[in-house]
Design a protein around this ligand. Structure first.
Ligand SMILES: Cc1ncc(COP(=O)(O)O)c(C=O)c1O
Length: 485
């Protein structure tokens, strides 16, 4: 044997194993080639540099990509209906820098809680540019929102009564909206939010407002669901809302100037329940804008005929704006061969950071060409919990500890639904449009974690002398001592 052969070129040696043969590596979309699966830089910045500077795991947001997304989405609507405005759904990703970028691009803030309302105001958004949705708006924040001139969209009767009471206390006449729900025939109706149209709850709400001394109904809001793959669902939503608006013409204390259609337009992510790849399953934003704006122009034509202004259109798209503008870089900390023959890798990021792994099959890319054949692999996160699985099955070449993986799209609902569970949450970095990077959310450390804990006086000191048997050789644990001698 030639002793000059460099065995590091051969790849990682693994002991032989027996694996059951499984059909189905190919499907009608062909076989993914490894070449597509290498990603050495994200948003123009080398992955290795990002890990070196900001650690692993790390979230990276592409500013240019985000601005391009929102401009494209806004222009799709504005070209077709010039009274269209975008409301940035804070719960999708409320990292301050991201909200600031979207407000700079002209988006209103759509918030659904006291915290989100306060955050929007803290970030400098004027009250008149806030849409306040959601089923739980405590009285103190409703009062502030009324004083600030925010658009409050009531969810239920108790809230309407509270609005009436606060407006009375303030001696104000307040323009409000109501959230309504109904069946478009295309999606499972979300009947738990707002007033139901078919059962007459909407009429009850309108009767309450029209009798009120302090409330004026100016906005109709609905949100038909999430990841809605059928643009015709929105056309039907708008048709139903316009029909209601028309019926309300002339009703006392009602003058609708806003139709708010919520969000739900999908991102290019791979839902676990959908067979087609996202490029084929998800319609282009222009198809949604076409369906929505055509239905709106048709449904409001009567307004032109009676010489009345057309309503403003608010669309509150979240995931379609941010999802593919953010990636998660994670590293392999260990590898295993499972007893059933599958390969497995343990990553330093799991469902604690990637809540959406429960419903998406995220794209996972390597940062180097790995030698060895691709095999079905399970990607586990770092949590000491069985449910922490990032991908149940993905075809990958052999991974090695220290490998970096780039997971995408991850911009929607992860930086808000992530858990401080077992691990610290990592840095979130912005790859700036002008070049360079900056941390937009700092990694947690023990100081952050301890900041909220309080220790009562009787627990202030920790004197454990004689109370716990030490697990050390010098201790008095008989079994342990016997084993160690
Ligand atoms: C009222 C409302 N608006 C907007 C959104 C954003 O939805 P998406 O991110 O699917 O566009 C949601 C999400 O559930 C919502 O409930």
């Amino acid at each position: 044997m030639d002793s000059s052969v460099d065995i590091t070129d051969i790849g990682t040696w693994e002991p032989p194993f027996i694996q059951p043969h499984k059909m189905g590596a190919l499907n009608k979309f062909g076989q993914r080639t490894l070449r597509d699966n290498i990603c050495r830089e994200v948003f123009g910045v080398p992955v290795n540099d990002l890990v070196r500077r900001y650690g692993s795991p790390v979230f990276v947001v592409g500013e240019k990509h985000l601005r391009q997304n929102i401009r494209r989405i806004k222009s799709a609507f504005e070209q077709r209906y010039n009274l269209a405005v975008h409301g940035w759904s804070y719960k999708t990703n409320y990292i301050s820098a991201i909200c600031r970028i979207l407000h700079q691009e002209g988006s209103l803030a759509e918030v659904v809680s006291k915290f989100e309302y306060e955050k929007a105001r803290f970030l400098g958004v004027p009250g008149e540019q806030i849409i306040f949705n959601g089923p739980n708006k405590p009285k103190d924040i409703l009062r502030r929102a009324i004083e600030d001139g925010a658009l409050i969209q009531a969810d239920h009767m108790e809230e309407l009564k509270m609005l009436e009471a606060v407006a009375d206390e303030l001696g104000r006449i307040v323009k409000i909206g109501i959230r309504i729900n109904f069946d478009t025939g295309f999606t499972e109706p979300w009947s738990r939010f707002g007033f139901n149209l078919e059962s007459g709850q909407v009429n009850e709400a309108i009767n309450f407002i029209s009798r009120s001394d302090h409330l004026r109904l100016s906005s109709l809001h609905s949100h038909i669901g999430t990841f809605v793959l059928e643009p015709r669902a929105y056309a039907e939503q708008v048709r139903i809302m316009c029909e209601l608006m028309r019926k309300l013409e002339g009703v006392e204390n009602v003058a609708i100037d806003t139709i708010d259609i919520g969000g739900g337009i999908p991102s290019r992510n791979a839902l676990q329940t959908i067979y087609l790849p996202p490029e084929q399953a998800v319609p282009d934003i222009n198809e949604y804008a076409d369906a929505i704006c055509e239905a709106l122009l048709a449904g409001t034509r009567y307004r032109k005929e009676i010489g009345k202004e057309l309503p403003r259109l608010i669309f509150e798209s979240g995931r379609a704006v941010i999802d593919d503008a953010e990636v998660l870089i994670t590293s392999v900390v260990g590898t295993k061969r499972l007893p059933d023959g599958r390969r497995a890798a343990i990553l330093d990021a799991g469902t604690n950071l990637l809540f959406t792994a429960y419903w998406y099959n995220h794209q996972v890319k390597m940062t180097r060409n790995a030698a060895g054949s691709e095999e079905e692999t399970v990607l586990y996160g770092p949590l000491c919990m069985n449910i922490d699985v990032v991908r149940h099955s993905i075809s990958l070449p052999p991974l090695a500890a220290g490998d970096h993986l780039v997971i995408s799209p991850v911009g929607a609902y992860n930086n808000t639904q992530w858990l401080q569970f077992i691990e610290y949450r990592p840095n979130v970095v912005l790859a700036q449009e002008s070049g360079g990077c900056s941390v937009i959310r700092q990694a947690e450390d023990l100081g952050v974690m301890m900041a909220q804990d309080q220790i009562p006086a009787h627990l202030a000191s920790l004197d454990l002398s004689g109370k716990i048997r030490p697990l050390s050789r010098s201790g008095n644990h008989p079994t342990l001592n016997r084993k160690l001698v």
